[in-house]
Design a protein around this ligand. Structure first.
Ligand code: FAD
Ligand code: UDP
Length: 380
């Protein structure tokens, strides 16, 4: 029996296995129910040879030097800076909505006045969440906020979450603030890019140690049980540490009820043309049933004759039917999570990490940072 078991071969599980194997020199087994590593960051070449992200577009971006340096041991990076346009009233304007978007969507004089007022009120190069901009007491800025809210946020959020922006934790829409700037990039982080040969290759490098065994196609519930404060794994009492990155409600057999998630359906299409759209992603807040279209060649920089795009159709998450992509950040869901968390403390040697186990709307860099910290503080 190994010293460490990791449930889930997503980003979280892979960072933990890599550290345990390479720093501690200990043996670790990863149990993963899908037939591939990488979790939702998995990428592969489709039947037309285009490198695509099976579970939606993933752009790595961070200000955390330590995280960037750590991953750079396992991959080189391309030079990609993500750009997004929003299809609004028949034209495509930069998202996050910025001063360029303002000038493209409103008449010149009005846009000029609003630009001056925004800069005077908030300053230049400042990001303001839409729900805060809506609260300003200046009538002109309030009507601008209403315009942006209606055109960019309201219908996109209804499609994505089945809810209005006010019904979610404000941090959700604050991910894409109104930006008083002419910088058209989606992210302004110091480090940004995609692994040069793809995420999957980076993960393979991270898992290359002989100390790591990966058991694919295995649901942990087939081999892991818990009894009181102990884990029974492969029918034996497990004395080592178990790092769990799956859904916390599933670990406890939904004892306190199901935690809600949001899912997506991806529609991929290969087109016999060099490019389909101007930038990596185009958002469609008000038109169609999908939220956005991503064209992977823009992200990866791959040079190939045809192109593959993905349309994202949000949907309700139904257990055992589709994938729980997003926790739904709302106070009552956090409260339910806290009940599971309190229960989890009874299991000695259990470590929870990741989007599902911590019920957090984490970006990739946050997962890596959390994994490195847990390794230092609770494992090493
Ligand atoms: P996961 O990737 O979900 O890994 C969990 C693993 O556990 C999975 O492989 C799963 O199969 C396995 N598992 C679950 N249950 C069981 C079970 N019962 N038995 C065995 N194995 C099990 N982040 C960014 O930084 N930039 C982006 O551009 C970005 N874009 C995104 C786009 C989309 C559409 C989505 C959904 C997410 C995006 N993210 C992005 C976030 C990123 O995907 C997550 O931060 C990251 O994948 C979380 O890693 P994880 O290991 O916690 O979870
Ligand atoms: N959002 C929106 N319109 C947009 C872009 C984002 O309303 O054009 C809101 C929406 O609620 C979305 C959230 O901002 O879920 C976060 O967007 P982000 O692009 O960060 O979502 P992710 O890439 O994580 O799906």
């Amino acid at each position: 029996m190994v010293d460490y078991i990791v449930i889930g071969a997503g980003f979280a599980g892979i960072v933990m296995a890599e550290r345990i194997a390479n720093v501690l020199g200990q043996e670790v087994m990863i149990i993963e129910k899908r037939n591939h590593i990488g979790g939702n960051c998995y990428d592969y070449h489709d039947e037309n040879g285009v490198l695509i992200h099976k579970y939606g577009p993933h752009i790595f971006h961070t200000d955390l030097e330590e995280v960037w340096q750590y991953l750079s041991h396992f991959t080189e990076w391309n030079n990609y800076q993500h750009k997004v346009l929003g299809y609004i009233d028949g034209i495509k304007v930069p998202i996050p909505f910025n001063l360029n978007s303002l000038h493209q969507s409103l008449p010149d004089k009005l846009a000029e006045n609003l630009e001056t007022k925004l800069i005077q009120t908030f300053g230049y190069n400042v990001k303001i969440p839409i729900l805060e901009l809506k609260e300003t007491d200046d009538a002109e800025l309030t009507s601008l906020a209403e315009f942006i809210y209606e055109k960019v946020f309201l219908n996109y959020t209804k499609k994505q979450w089945g809810m209005e922006p006010e019904d979610l934790d404000p941090s959700v829409t604050a991910r894409v603030p109104v930006y008083i700037s002419r910088d058209d990039r989606y992210f302004q982080n110091k480090y940004q890019g995609l692994p040069k040969k793809g995420y999957t290759e980076m993960f393979e490098n991270m898992l290359s140690s002989d100390n790591i065994q990966v058991k694919l196609g295995t649901d942990f519930r087939e081999v892991v049980q818990h009894d009181g404060d102990k884990f029974i794994i492969f029918d034996k009492e497990f004395e080592g540490k178990l790092i769990y990155t799956g859904k916390i409600d599933e670990l406890f057999n939904y004892q306190y009820g199901k935690l809600p998630y949001r899912s997506l359906d991806f529609e991929f299409e290969n087109l016999n043309q060099e490019y389909y759209q101007e930038v990596g992603t185009v958002n469609y807040p008000n038109d169609y049933d999908f939220t956005r279209i991503t064209e992977f060649k823009h992200l990866t920089g791959q040079k190939i004759e045809s192109t593959t795009i993905a349309r994202e159709y949000p949907q309700e998450y139904v257990k055992e039917t589709n994938i729980p992509y997003y926790p739904i950040p709302k106070p009552e869901n956090r409260d339910l999570y806290q009940e599971y968390l309190a229960k989890s403390i009874q299991l000695k040697n259990l470590i929870l990490l990741g989007r599902l186990a911590e019920y957090q709307y984490y970006n990739m860099d946050e997962i890596v940072a959390a994994g490195l910290k847990i390794f230092e503080e609770r494992i090493k």
